[in-house]
Design a protein. Structure first.
Length: 186
Protein backbone atom coordinates (compact mmCIF):
# COMPACT_ATOMS: atom_id res chain seq x y z
CA UNK A 1 0.00 0.00 0.00
CA UNK A 2 1.27 3.50 -0.76
CA UNK A 3 2.07 5.44 2.39
CA UNK A 4 1.89 9.14 3.14
CA UNK A 5 4.80 10.95 4.83
CA UNK A 6 3.12 10.34 8.22
CA UNK A 7 3.18 6.56 7.60
CA UNK A 8 -0.59 6.21 7.09
CA UNK A 9 -2.06 4.50 4.03
CA UNK A 10 -2.62 6.94 1.16
CA UNK A 11 -6.07 6.20 -0.30
CA UNK A 12 -5.69 9.21 -2.62
CA UNK A 13 -2.61 7.86 -4.45
CA UNK A 14 -4.65 7.81 -7.65
CA UNK A 15 -4.70 11.61 -7.74
CA UNK A 16 -0.91 11.87 -8.06
CA UNK A 17 -0.96 9.12 -10.66
CA UNK A 18 -3.62 10.91 -12.73
CA UNK A 19 -1.89 14.28 -12.36
CA UNK A 20 1.36 12.74 -13.57
CA UNK A 21 -0.42 11.31 -16.62
CA UNK A 22 -2.10 14.65 -17.35
CA UNK A 23 1.12 16.63 -16.95
CA UNK A 24 2.68 14.37 -19.58
CA UNK A 25 -0.25 14.03 -21.99
CA UNK A 26 -1.61 17.60 -21.68
CA UNK A 27 -5.20 16.78 -22.70
CA UNK A 28 -7.11 19.27 -24.78
CA UNK A 29 -10.51 18.34 -23.33
CA UNK A 30 -10.74 16.81 -19.84
CA UNK A 31 -13.99 15.50 -18.34
CA UNK A 32 -14.47 14.45 -14.73
CA UNK A 33 -17.68 12.74 -13.61
CA UNK A 34 -18.27 13.00 -9.87
CA UNK A 35 -16.15 15.96 -8.75
CA UNK A 36 -17.38 16.13 -5.12
CA UNK A 37 -15.10 18.82 -3.59
CA UNK A 38 -12.90 19.17 -6.71
CA UNK A 39 -9.85 17.68 -4.97
CA UNK A 40 -8.50 16.29 -8.24
CA UNK A 41 -10.33 18.57 -10.66
CA UNK A 42 -8.72 21.80 -9.44
CA UNK A 43 -5.26 20.25 -9.61
CA UNK A 44 -5.87 19.28 -13.26
CA UNK A 45 -6.37 22.90 -14.37
CA UNK A 46 -2.71 23.59 -15.26
CA UNK A 47 -2.52 20.47 -17.44
CA UNK A 48 -5.63 20.65 -19.66
CA UNK A 49 -6.85 23.23 -22.14
CA UNK A 50 -10.56 22.80 -21.31
CA UNK A 51 -12.01 21.09 -18.24
CA UNK A 52 -15.58 20.03 -17.52
CA UNK A 53 -16.70 18.78 -14.10
CA UNK A 54 -20.04 17.02 -13.71
CA UNK A 55 -21.79 16.31 -10.43
CA UNK A 56 -25.40 15.74 -9.44
CA UNK A 57 -24.91 17.87 -6.29
CA UNK A 58 -25.19 21.62 -6.99
CA UNK A 59 -22.81 22.49 -4.12
CA UNK A 60 -19.97 20.60 -5.88
CA UNK A 61 -19.63 23.57 -8.24
CA UNK A 62 -18.86 25.85 -5.28
CA UNK A 63 -15.54 24.03 -4.82
CA UNK A 64 -14.43 24.48 -8.43
CA UNK A 65 -11.71 27.04 -9.18
CA UNK A 66 -13.44 29.21 -11.76
CA UNK A 67 -11.54 30.19 -14.89
CA UNK A 68 -12.08 30.48 -18.64
CA UNK A 69 -10.87 26.85 -18.86
CA UNK A 70 -13.34 25.32 -16.37
CA UNK A 71 -17.03 24.51 -16.59
CA UNK A 72 -19.36 22.99 -13.98
CA UNK A 73 -22.34 20.94 -15.11
CA UNK A 74 -24.92 20.09 -12.45
CA UNK A 75 -26.44 16.93 -13.88
CA UNK A 76 -26.69 13.20 -13.59
CA UNK A 77 -24.13 11.40 -15.72
CA UNK A 78 -26.90 9.85 -17.84
CA UNK A 79 -28.51 13.23 -18.56
CA UNK A 80 -25.17 14.82 -19.45
CA UNK A 81 -24.32 11.91 -21.77
CA UNK A 82 -27.60 12.58 -23.58
CA UNK A 83 -26.68 16.27 -23.91
CA UNK A 84 -23.27 15.31 -25.35
CA UNK A 85 -24.92 13.10 -27.96
CA UNK A 86 -26.67 16.23 -29.24
CA UNK A 87 -23.59 18.49 -29.20
CA UNK A 88 -21.09 15.89 -30.40
CA UNK A 89 -18.44 17.12 -27.95
CA UNK A 90 -15.55 14.70 -27.40
CA UNK A 91 -12.78 14.35 -24.83
CA UNK A 92 -9.28 12.93 -24.81
CA UNK A 93 -9.10 12.32 -21.04
CA UNK A 94 -12.09 11.22 -18.93
CA UNK A 95 -12.08 10.36 -15.23
CA UNK A 96 -15.18 8.59 -13.86
CA UNK A 97 -15.69 8.72 -10.09
CA UNK A 98 -19.47 9.13 -9.81
CA UNK A 99 -21.94 6.40 -8.76
CA UNK A 100 -19.92 3.26 -7.94
CA UNK A 101 -22.67 0.70 -8.51
CA UNK A 102 -22.14 -1.97 -11.16
CA UNK A 103 -25.09 -0.65 -13.17
CA UNK A 104 -23.92 2.98 -13.07
CA UNK A 105 -20.32 2.09 -13.94
CA UNK A 106 -21.59 0.03 -16.87
CA UNK A 107 -23.81 2.90 -18.02
CA UNK A 108 -21.11 5.56 -17.59
CA UNK A 109 -18.48 3.50 -19.41
CA UNK A 110 -20.84 2.79 -22.30
CA UNK A 111 -22.10 6.39 -22.54
CA UNK A 112 -18.74 8.11 -22.24
CA UNK A 113 -16.58 5.68 -24.21
CA UNK A 114 -18.42 6.93 -27.30
CA UNK A 115 -17.39 10.51 -26.35
CA UNK A 116 -13.71 9.51 -26.08
CA UNK A 117 -11.39 10.44 -28.94
CA UNK A 118 -9.27 7.70 -30.55
CA UNK A 119 -6.31 6.90 -28.28
CA UNK A 120 -7.90 8.92 -25.51
CA UNK A 121 -7.85 7.65 -21.94
CA UNK A 122 -10.84 6.83 -19.77
CA UNK A 123 -10.03 6.20 -16.11
CA UNK A 124 -12.40 4.69 -13.56
CA UNK A 125 -11.92 5.00 -9.80
CA UNK A 126 -12.74 2.55 -7.00
CA UNK A 127 -12.24 -0.53 -9.16
CA UNK A 128 -10.07 -2.64 -6.83
CA UNK A 129 -11.61 -2.69 -3.33
CA UNK A 130 -9.31 -4.07 -0.65
CA UNK A 131 -11.88 -6.50 0.82
CA UNK A 132 -15.61 -7.35 0.95
CA UNK A 133 -16.29 -4.51 3.39
CA UNK A 134 -14.92 -2.04 0.83
CA UNK A 135 -17.53 -3.16 -1.73
CA UNK A 136 -20.20 -1.31 0.27
CA UNK A 137 -21.87 1.33 -1.92
CA UNK A 138 -20.67 4.09 0.43
CA UNK A 139 -17.07 3.09 -0.35
CA UNK A 140 -16.05 1.40 -3.63
CA UNK A 141 -19.39 -0.22 -4.46
CA UNK A 142 -19.62 -3.16 -6.84
CA UNK A 143 -18.47 -1.29 -9.94
CA UNK A 144 -15.46 -3.61 -10.15
CA UNK A 145 -17.84 -6.26 -11.52
CA UNK A 146 -18.57 -4.07 -14.55
CA UNK A 147 -14.81 -3.68 -15.12
CA UNK A 148 -14.44 -7.45 -15.15
CA UNK A 149 -17.27 -7.70 -17.71
CA UNK A 150 -15.69 -5.04 -19.95
CA UNK A 151 -12.21 -6.52 -19.79
CA UNK A 152 -13.49 -9.74 -21.35
CA UNK A 153 -15.12 -7.94 -24.30
CA UNK A 154 -11.97 -6.05 -25.37
CA UNK A 155 -13.36 -4.75 -28.66
CA UNK A 156 -11.97 -1.29 -29.40
CA UNK A 157 -10.07 -0.70 -26.21
CA UNK A 158 -7.37 -2.00 -23.96
CA UNK A 159 -7.88 -1.99 -20.22
CA UNK A 160 -5.92 -2.62 -17.03
CA UNK A 161 -6.55 -2.08 -13.34
CA UNK A 162 -3.88 -1.00 -10.87
CA UNK A 163 -4.33 -3.52 -8.04
CA UNK A 164 -4.04 -1.12 -5.10
CA UNK A 165 -7.03 -0.11 -2.99
CA UNK A 166 -9.23 1.65 -3.93
CA UNK A 167 -8.17 0.86 -7.50
CA UNK A 168 -7.82 2.74 -10.76
CA UNK A 169 -8.68 1.26 -14.14
CA UNK A 170 -7.16 2.76 -17.27
CA UNK A 171 -8.82 2.25 -20.63
CA UNK A 172 -7.38 3.40 -23.96
CA UNK A 173 -9.68 3.68 -26.96
CA UNK A 174 -8.00 2.23 -30.02
CA UNK A 175 -8.44 0.04 -33.06
CA UNK A 176 -4.69 -0.09 -33.73
CA UNK A 177 -1.77 -0.21 -31.32
CA UNK A 178 -0.04 2.86 -32.77
CA UNK A 179 -1.96 6.13 -32.80
CA UNK A 180 -0.45 7.21 -36.12
CA UNK A 181 -1.87 4.06 -37.76
CA UNK A 182 -5.41 4.79 -36.59
CA UNK A 183 -7.83 5.34 -39.51
CA UNK A 184 -8.64 9.05 -39.75
CA UNK A 185 -12.26 10.19 -39.82
CA UNK A 186 -13.01 12.65 -42.58
Amino acid sequence: MPLRADGKVDHKWHQNFILNLASTLRPENYLELGIYHCGLFNQMIPFAKNLTGVDIAPQAGDFMNKSSKTRFVCSSTDAYAEELRKTGETFDFIFIDADHSKEAVHSDFTNYFERLRPHGLLLLHDTHPIDDAATDQARCGDGHIAINDFSHKNQNWEMMTIPLHPGLTICRKRTTQLSWQEPQKV
